[in-house]
Design a protein around this ligand. Structure first.
Ligand code: ADP
Ligand code: MG
Length: 266
């Protein structure tokens, strides 16, 4: 078991730049059985910003999002140590449903839709908790206004849709519970560049409406373009962080690939 040192107060605390953070992760370690995937990860997310997390395959990005959304404390083998606070409230012992209810949702890697269900049915899954259910029809209308492409296809079976359309369904489903923080995992993976533009345009609009966004992205240029603050992960640790305009390309590349990437990696 790890020798964990919890830093700072466990409850609401100043984040970066003297602002009150909306999400605060302190000394987070995560394990899949014997395998440790995160090592003492700490960072803050400021309200209404876009925070990007970049890193190579296997760096621990999805594990970090799973830890925040309560998916690492479900089974017997996967577990976490450390403190995660959201709006001053500890999340790390809550269930995924309680975390959604508190205002945090995720657009998971690979989307995890119900492929044989329609667009509308998939969206309603995002509003199945009591608090969201009372507003479900109103939210459904809002989503169809926000994504007109989905309105045209509201009764279509999701497996028959393109990757980009399915990604829109996954985003809309996450918005159905009126979250204040949305975590997006690998939005652009496998999508054509023009579709990626559309999807990120939506993320920007979601953020402008006041929703704090955490974007996990393997495409570092994309991540730097959309974010207010960037974390670079390598082998389960945050190895670099800062505002995009304060970080040099060389520093980011070295952090992303590890410091011994001199010339060997392109
Ligand atoms: N379900 C799992 N069971 C066991 N190990 C896992 C599981 N998911 C991820 N891992 C391991 O945890 C580490 C981090 O993986 P992940 O968080 O998926 O990285 P990323 O999202 O950055 O590609 C990797 O070594 C990976 O093999
Ligand atoms: Mg991942």
């Amino acid at each position: 078991m790890s020798t964990l040192v919890r830093k700072g107060s466990l409850f609401s605390q100043p984040g970066r730049d003297g602002k009150q953070s909306i999400l605060s992760v302190n000394g987070l370690s995560a394990y899949y059985g014997e395998l440790q995937a995160l090592f003492d990860v700490s960072f803050d997310v400021n309200p209404s910003e876009v925070l990007a997390i970049i890193g190579a395959n296997g760096a621990g990005k999805s594990t970090l999002l799973r830890s925040i959304t309560g998916m690492m404390n479900r089974g017997k083998t996967a577990h976490i140590d450390g403190a995660i606070s959201f709006g001053g409230r500890r999340l790390d012992r809550l269930s995924t449903e309680q975390i959604v209810d508190a205002g945090t949702t995720m657009v998971p890697e690979g989307r995890m839709l119900f492929p044989r269900m329609s667009v509308a049915e998939n969206l309603l899954v995002g509003a199945h908790l009591p608090k969201a259910r009372v507003k479900a029809n109103q939210k459904l209308d809002e989503m169809f206004t926000f994504f007109p492409r989905l309105a045209e296809r509201r009764n279509q079976i999701v497996s028959q849709m393109s990757g980009g359309e399915q990604q829109m369904v996954a985003i809309a489903r996450a918005l159905m519970s009126e979250p204040t923080l949305v975590l997006f995992d690998e939005l652009s993976l496998g999508l054509a560049p023009i579709i990626v533009e559309d999807i990120y345009d939506k993320v920007t609009q979601i953020n402008k409406s006041g929703v704090t966004c955490v974007v996990v992205e393997q495409d570092m240029h994309r991540a730097l373009a959309v974010s207010d603050h960037v974390l670079v992960m390598l082998e389960g640790r945050i190895v670099l962080e800062g505002a995009p305009d304060t970080l040099s390309k060389d520093d980011i590349t070295n952090a992303y690939f590890g410091s011994h990437s001199d010339g060997g990696t392109q």
